[in-house]
Design a protein around this ligand. Structure first.
Ligand code: COA
Length: 579
């Protein structure tokens, strides 16, 4: 992660007091701090009482980090060394990361779900055979969707389709122009039944292209109107389904001798008609730019194609945000210490304010309802100069905590402040032992339903970060995947599953009538494997695993991306209700 070059004041070692000062903001000179600069600082020092939990979490985080690095190395190799050689030397094409580098303004790229496709029932499909992420072109944040042809010729597996659909969804939600770098042999034929017929299968990507083009949404700071356009660069084969991506795009560039577009390639033509035809004659760059009109720009080589794509983006008539960065304070406490605060299980969760004090600008936090429903922490803060509302799990989502959450979410929605959910939920309690407990649980259920409705109806951008567990019904109120957060990231220690397997024990199961211990242990080990962050990310239940110490920069980037669009509160038809 690129350093912002700002001075960071570090927290002291365990047990000592933090330095009182932090990097001053320029408005301090006037004697009064403004906005989030004036919020009170959180007390975030680590105390001796935290040592045991902190150290256990740190050990677990070190294991998670090495797994994370190992997977990162693996996916960077795409389809492997021989496929890379075939791609670069025989086919004379640039590798997908090199292509992105040439297209983007800089390396400030938010890659999404790099671990998607690993260890699936049908094998390893590194990065789902296609990279997706958000980067700047001519100062404008754009969604990039780029096939990696070193992975089985860039063919679409079911997980590739899912990844592309999620990227389009993010582009729609955040009003991002989208650029496709197409280099694909179409559907991965052996799995066609899992990627062709259904609504959320391959055809949906082409449908979305039309919908995105039709979404003419005026942009608040734009000189004219802002269109979430789609453009495509054909820098390889576009066979069968792959052919519709460039032809459905608003503007398309094709690279000479490298780009081809056809519904069926030369081998199929030969099989069907007996004719020998070259790929170039059947659907090459000259044919499509001069005869068929399937593309709009002819590029003699890849470098020219990416220059051309940049020029197209500059015709959006969109005024990028001013490039100067807002000044902000680094947290008083060291974000590196987040590794020791990332809980290895629910029993190892420390006060969430220790996490917040290492994520937020200046460790400053204007808490809302500090003494009410304390198992949920809510309040205002900023990350890299962007104001946001924080909703953070700090224990069970009790009746009062859920009411407080509903109230706070409505306030942020009313004020158009993006929401950040820090989720660490566990499975529900067991059956109530008596009537009064049952009544209590029912009231809690009603309050949680209320918060779920408030979160579902909030139209402000939402970011969810799973810092610990994502289990049971409480995960919905904390803006789980089905609540459509604009972005959802996991820490590598996070666990995702209906129940928390680390809270299941043989003795409790025996009490509930289970008799076969071996069967239980097999189930438990499956539940543990299926709840890991990497298992989740391989299936695209999130937008990626991020390391705790990188979180601040990832959040800062997401908030800048979100800010590019105007998020409106026009659907807000009811007042804030005091809960
Ligand atoms: N389904 C399944 N596997 C496919 C595939 C497809 N549609 N297209 C390519 N592959 C596999 C190849 O079998 C090969 O696998 P291997 O590495 O295990 O041997 C790998 O992808 C790379 O293909 P290869 O032909 O060796 O690479 P290339 O760079 O010379 O050509 C393509 C790539 C995509 C141009 C070429 O493979 C092709 O034309 N494929 C057929 C496309 C097609 O007819 N699609 C119809 C889909 S409905």
């Amino acid at each position: 992660m690129a350093s912002l070059g700002l001075h960071r004041l570090r927290a002291p070692a365990l047990g000592r007091c933090p330095p009182a000062l932090c990097r001053p903001h320029s408005t301090q000179a006037s004697g009064r701090r403004r906005g989030a600069q004036a919020f009170p600082a959180l007390p975030g020092a680590l105390l001796p009482i935290h040592t045991h939990v902190y150290e256990a979490n740190s050990r677990n985080s070190a294991r998670c980090r090495s797994r994370y690095m190992e997977l990162l190395e693996k996916v960077k190799l795409g389809g492997g060394e021989s496929a890379i050689l075939r791609h670069t030397q025989r086919n004379k094409k640039l590798l997908v990361r090199e292509r992105l580098k040439r297209l983007l303004d800089d390396d400030n790229f938010l890659e999404l779900s790099p671990f998607a496709g690993l260890a699936l029932p049908y094998g390893d499909v590194p990065s789902a055979g296609c990279l997706s992420g958000i980067g700047k072109i001519c100062g404008i944040w754009c969604m990039l969707i780029a096939n990696d042809a070193t992975v089985k010729g860039g063919t679409a597996y079911p997980i590739s389709v899912k990844k592309q659909l999620r990227a389009q969804e993010i582009a729609i939600q955040n009003r991002l122009p989208t650029v496709y770098l197409v280099d694909s042999g179409g559907a991965f034929l052996p799995l066609q039944a899992q990627l062709f017929p259904d609504k959320e299968h391959g055809g949906r990507t082409f449908y979305n292209e039309a919908i995105m083009s039709a979404m003419k949404i005026p942009q608040v700071r734009a000189a004219g109107s802002y269109y979430p356009i789609t453009g495509a660069v054909v820098c390889g084969s576009c066979t069968a389904g792959g052919a519709y991506i460039p032809t459905m795009a608003e503007e398309t560039i094709i690279v000479d001798r490298i780009g081809t577009i056809f519904l069926a390639g030369p081998p199929l033509v030969k099989a069907a008609t007996g004719e020998d035809v070259s790929a170039e004659d059947l659907g090459g760059a000259r044919l499509h730019s001069r005869v068929s009109g399937c593309v709009d720009h002819f590029a003699p080589n890849e470098a020219d194609a990416y220059d051309c794509a940049r020029m197209i983006i500059s015709t959006l008539n969109f005024e990028p945000e001013p490039s100067e960065h807002p000044e902000y304070e680094e947290p008083v406490y060291d974000p590196e210490e987040l590794a020791g605060l990332a809980p290895c299980d629910y029993q190892h969760s420390l006060d969430v304010k220790l996490i917040l004090s290492r994520l937020l600008d200046g460790s400053k936090f204007l808490e809302f309802k500090a003494d009410y429903g304390t198992t949920l922490v809510t309040g205002f803060a900023s990350v890299e100069g962007n104001l946001l509302g924080v909703v953070a799990s700090n224990g069970h989502l009790t009746h009062d905590a859920a009411l407080k959450g509903s109230h706070f979410v409505q306030i942020c929605n009313q004020r158009a402040i993006p929401l950040l959910f820090l989720q660490n939920t566990t499975s529900q309690d067991h059956l109530p032992p008596n009537v009064s407990k049952a009544e209590q649980l029912t009231n809690r259920l009603k309050a949680q339903a209320c918060m779920m409705a408030a979160v579902a109806c909030a139209t402000v951008p939402k970011i969810t970060l799973v810092v610990g567990g994502c289990h049971g019904g409480e995960s919905f109120a904390m803006c789980g995947r089905s609540y459509e957060p604009n972005f959802l990231f996991l820490w590598p220690n996070a666990r995702v599953g209906l129940v928390d397997p680390y809270r299941l024990s043989w003795s409790s199961q025996k009490d509930e009538g289970r008799t076969d211990e071996t069967e239980f242990r097999t189930l438990l080990s499956r539940l543990k494997e299926e709840s890991s962050a990497f298992y989740s990310s391989a299936r695209l239940w999130d937008d990626g695993v991020i390391l705790p110490q990188d979180t601040r920069h990832v959040l800062g980037k997401c908030l800048k991306i979100i800010r590019q669009q105007r998020y409106e509160t026009r659907f807000q038809r009811s007042p804030v209700l005091r809960m």
